[in-house]
Design a protein around this ligand. Structure first.
Ligand SMILES: Nc1ncnc2c1ncn2[C@@H]1O[C@H](COP(=O)(O)OP(=O)(O)OP(=O)(O)O)[C@@H](O)[C@H]1O
Ligand SMILES: [Mg+2]
Length: 220
């Protein structure tokens, strides 16, 4: 059991677009060294949740706090670049690279606020040999999976203490759950997977555990 206080605590978060609420009082906690998987059918609000946490969408209610240097900071209303400085980072699901820039230039964007940017880029390229071999290639010519890899590498350049990543859902055929018009609600718990090299096996375990902890309900 990991008794460390959560790095991130989200409590009763609500958010949406226009007049539609997508998130209805979602709560979760992420403890150091754990993976938390939030799963649900396409359109359930997984990416919306991460955008609301990372300052790309202003929450309509609830609270979100990040523990940083022994302090508890409310992150609601903070901008993404401020959250990056506090050790949070986010890998978008779509539009996740600058397509007209090279692989290396994409990483340099990630490192632009760092004093040891070149060193951080070298370290990340060591973890992603495919990107090292293609560092002069235009990012727009990478495959979808390679772009995801680059987007992940760009976020890792900042050395985040907490990384959130929006991945593709199970796909329309696999999503037997509700179609559009549903929204995410409920409580997610940290799974006991280890951070870092989880591999496919670890990922599935985490997801199975999370599946029982997520409920969806009608937005109407
Ligand atoms: N910018 C936006 N403006 C209006 N509606 C949006 C916007 N972004 C997302 N939505 C709507 O919010 C709902 C949740 O979208 P979201 O991208 O969070 O789903 P998701 O769970 O990440 O789905 P997937 O598994 O397909 O990635 C969807 O109905 C979507 O159409
Ligand atoms: Mg998504």
């Amino acid at each position: 059991m990991n008794d460390a206080p959560p790095l991130l605590e989200v409590d009763g978060l609500s958010a949406g677009y226009g007049e539609v609420n997508i998130l209805h009082e979602v709560s979760l906690a992420v403890r150091p060294g754990t993976l938390v998987a939030v799963i649900g059918p396409n359109g359930a609000g997984k990416s919306t949740l991460l955008k609301a946490i990372y300052g790309l969408l202003r929450p309509r209610g609830g609270r979100a706090v990040l523990r940083h240097d022994g302090r508890e900071l409310s992150i609601v209303g903070r901008k993404p670049h401020q959250l990056t400085r506090l050790g949070l980072n986010y890998v978008p699901q779509l539009a996740n690279v600058f397509p007209n820039m090279s692989v290396l230039e994409n990483l340099q964007v990630g490192a632009s606020t760092l004093r040891n940017g070149d060193e951080r880029i070298e370290r990340v390229l060591g973890d992603f040999p495919l990107l090292r071999g293609r560092r002069r290639q235009r990012a727009g010519t990478l495959s979808g999976g390679q772009r995801q890899m680059l987007a992940l590498a760009r976020a890792l350049v900042t050395g985040p203490r907490l990384l959130s990543q929006s991945l593709r859902g199970a796909g329309p055929r696999a999503a037997r759950g509700p179609e559009g018009g549903r929204a995410l609600s409920g409580r997610a718990q940290p799974a006991r997977g280890r951070g870092g090299r989880g591999g496919a096996d670890g990922g599935v375990r985490v997801a199975r555990r999370a599946r029982r902890l997520i409920r969806t309900r009608s937005a109407c």
